[in-house]
Ligand binder design. Sequence first.
Ligand code: C2O
Length: 546
Amino acid sequence: GITRQYKFNIRLQNVTRLCQTKTILTVNGKFPGPRIIAREGDRVEIKVVNLVPNNVSMHWHGVRQLRSGWADGPAYITQCPIQTGQTYVYNFTITGQRGTLWWHAHISWLRATLYGPLIVLPKRNVPYPFAKPHKEVPILFGEWWNANTEAVINQSFVTGAGPNVSDAYTINGLPGPLYNICSPNETFKLKVKPGKTYLLRLINAALNDELFFRISNHSLTVVEADAAYVKPFRTEILVIGPGQTTNVLLRTKPNPPGNSSFLMAARPYFTGMGTFDNSTVAGILQYGIGNPSPKNLPVPILPPINATAFVANFSSKFRSLANSQFPANVPQTVQKRFFFTVGLGTNPCPKNQTCRGPTNTTKFTASMNNVSFILPTTALLQSYFTRRTNGVFTTNFPTTPLVQFNYTGTPPNNTMVMNGTKVVVLNFNTTVEVVLQDTSILGAESHPLHLHGYNFYVVGLGSGNFDPNKDPAKFNLVDPVERNTVSVPSGGWAAIRFQADNPGVWFMHCHFDVHLSWGLKMAWLVLDGKLPKQKLPPPPSDLPTC
Ligand code: C2O
């Protein structure tokens, strides 16, 4: 492989959306941010310069970071933030992956505007396992707030209530014709030629919403998810959770009449009990020339907002390609088993404060196994590497929930969770199985769970309470989908497996930023192996300090 160098200047930029101009954080003045392109096997060096008042940190979502945990980026997990005026060079090699990934800021809610595609092409002269597309187009879904997103999440911390929802969904940063927009440039347009195949690289960069997506009068063929090939399948409607990426082939019509145009649209799949942005972003798929008027085009019909059965059926269609060239290395046996609940909970309202949580004496929070994770004031990986862990974290993250109950039935009377900075220690190469169980502590809700540093295999998905006596017999250990983000079904469970072959500290969290902020997160500490090539190298000299 070769080395690809990028420079990311984090700087302020004025941007107009929904008829209002706002100053946002950008990379190099672009929104969405620039595209990173590399081939499998290449080394990527991104020099990030912080030219804004905020602390920043960048994450290369889905990149395995084999023995390069110092470049992973979640603030206070693998590194201290890059402070104003400081620079940090992220340096990693892309190993054993090809497909669509993305990058985003990984501190507070700054990823609302700091995100972009990270495209990994196959090695030179290695073809795709599908026909070569005429063109490749990244399509990023996002969320736009007229307000400052830092103020939005900070207000939620103060009141204990859910944060204000976004004002629009976006496609490649544009809200489209179904919103109040003041310029036709606020609509994403994909110009296509008849009878060709396009590879659409779909990325859900929205903060708090899973999305349905459809293009009127066109079906799509799914070929890849989270930078791992899947057995191709056709669908009219897609579901994509925040953090997930999906590559689809779009075959354009051979003989569309005249200057045909069609709308594409995305809107949320939502199962929680709070408020959400129930609006639709649309873009235009345009054959031919001219400026089609989107007002006359039919909006694609999408499932109802809480179509959980539709989502379950869609999720069940994903299978690893699992052929001789791209085998599925599913751990067939498991050395460590975990059962983690994922869901909301409450914290007491501080005495001198007025709260608007589930009750006025409580604040909303979120937890795994009833532990709401508190970020330390220094980075876990630095503290582990320098053996200064006292007062930073403890290694007693529970292997089963602290509070036992019927997870999807009647909620418990006590919804309080404990706060802590707890990790699970794994020996190098341990084979791990985690059952992630949604809880109905404060309403059942789907959670897109993301693991850093690994891809995992989704060996099982189910509704209701996981049954350790019956469900494992139905696990798919042959061709389960390989992902970095799985949607734990609303009122259901997901079982994942991975092998801990990457030493370091690896974050696992809900990719809804509101739940991430509320503590639905934990970390794995994977110890070094015995051989030199099984150890995490020392940190780069420019690693930020806290
Ligand atoms: Cu896409 Cu921890 O992040």
